[in-house]
Design a binder for this molecule. Structure first.
Ligand code: PMP
Length: 360
């Protein structure tokens, strides 16, 4: 077999490793922040009917502008948004890729505050851009002053703000986003993949969109909507920002089947989202139990918990693995991350952890 070194690969891709969260067939999988509750049966039937209708016309290309789906997202998001302010892709990863294809690229810079979502540097490198990581304060928080100063210094073409942040769960104040917008010349993307798990009275960065043409807010159906396998992410921004994304997307990038599934799921959003409160309850139970066991959970507004006080993360990860529980070593010294599962899965994780013994 040929090795990668022998292929005429782009020089800037040599030596890189692909995204690689382990996909192991363990009974308790709490490693990639999925919603571990299946799509409710009554919604599944409605989604299947919509897919069946789409299938009868699948000899034709789908609506390239996915108009009905964009209308559905505008209605779901509220804030007076209209379909011309909405974009969507095969997962928010593709939406982010479209942004970077349009606004980054060779000789350009993409900036984020580390530790943050592991795909950001990979997406940046994929377009040939340079990834620059800023730093966070204690407990991974950010002040408007520090965030703005770092962004002004780096002068990036794209800033990726993850709110709440993965893998730490840390919330981000709207004042930070406003300060970064003012300090930057480039586009600002607020990745609200986990927004639905935040406290009910928390305010979305969608409220900042008016009058900020360089701002975009991305969301996903992969988490709260329990739709990770369907691959649907979306974004709200100024209509001109959306026009920029049309320059780089592949024609018909959202299949007729994907559009049908997402439209039907959105139509049932109240039912699709009904497990969110239960997941938040399990997340808080994880944090409380971790603390009682002697670990240091970080505040989380998402569906996972990052916890410190782990003497040997790879060893604890392996010990849980051997007990049938898959969580994530995100490479932060002394830490591991676990997603909130169903009540039974969460119990299995907590009992496995307790059986291994408390940290020294
Ligand atoms: N943003 C963040 C912060 C994430 O954690 C993830 C998935 N783990 C994504 C985006 C991408 O999700 P998807 O492509 O499934 O929408």
């Amino acid at each position: 077999m040929t090795s990668l070194d022998e292929l005429p690969l782009r020089d800037d891709l040599r030596g890189l490793t692909p995204y690689g969260a382990p996909q192991a067939p363990l009974p308790i999988a709490l490693n990639v922040n999925e919603n571990t509750h299946p799509v409710p049966d009554e919604v599944a039937d409605d989604i299947l009917d919509e897919i069946a209708r789409a299938l009868r016309e699948v000899n034709r290309y789908p609506d390239r502008e996915f108009t009905a789906l964009r209308e559905g997202f505008a209605e779901y998001l509220g804030h007076g948004l209209t379909a011309d302010q909405i974009w969507a892709g095969n997962g928010s990863n593709e939406v982010l890729q479209h942004i970077l294809q349009a606004f980054s690229g060779p000789s350009r810079t993409v900036f984020g505050f580390a530790p943050t979502y592991s795909m950001y540097p990979l997406l940046a490198q994929g377009t040939g851009a340079r990834w620059v990581a800023g730093v966070r304060d204690d407990d991974y928080a950010l002040t408007p002053e520090s965030a703005a100063a770092q962004v002004a210094e780096a002068d990036p073409d794209v800033v990726l703000l993850c709110a709440p942040n993965n893998p730490t769960g840390t919330p981000m104040g709207l004042d930070v986003i406003e300060a970064v917008y003012e300090a930057a010349r480039g586009v600002i993307v607020v990745d609200e993949a986990y927004f639905e798990f935040a406290p009910h009275d928390s305010v979305s960065a969608l409220t900042l969109l008016h009058g900020r043409p360089r701002l975009a807010i991305s969301r996903t159906m992969s988490k709260a909507f329990a739709f990770a396998g369907a691959r649907v992410g979306y974004l709200a921004a100024d209509p001109t920002f959306i026009d920029a994304l049309r320059l780089v997307r592949l024609p018909y990038h959202l299949s007729a089947i994907t559009q049908a599934a997402a439209i039907a799921a959105l139509r049932n959003s109240a039912t699709m989202l009904r497990m969110v409160d239960e997941i938040v309850e399990q997340r808080d139970r994880i944090s409380a139990t971790l603390e009682a066991l002697g670990y240091q959970p970080h505040e989380s507004w998402s569906n996972f918990v990052l916890f410190g006080g782990v003497t040997d993360p790879p060893a604890l990860w392996r010990a849980l693995y051997d007990r049938g529980v898959l969580i994530r070593d995100v490479g932060i010294p002394g830490h591991l991350r676990v997603s909130a599962g169903t009540e039974a899965e969460t119990t299995a994780f907590l009992e496995a952890l307790a059986s291994i013994g408390s940290p020294s």
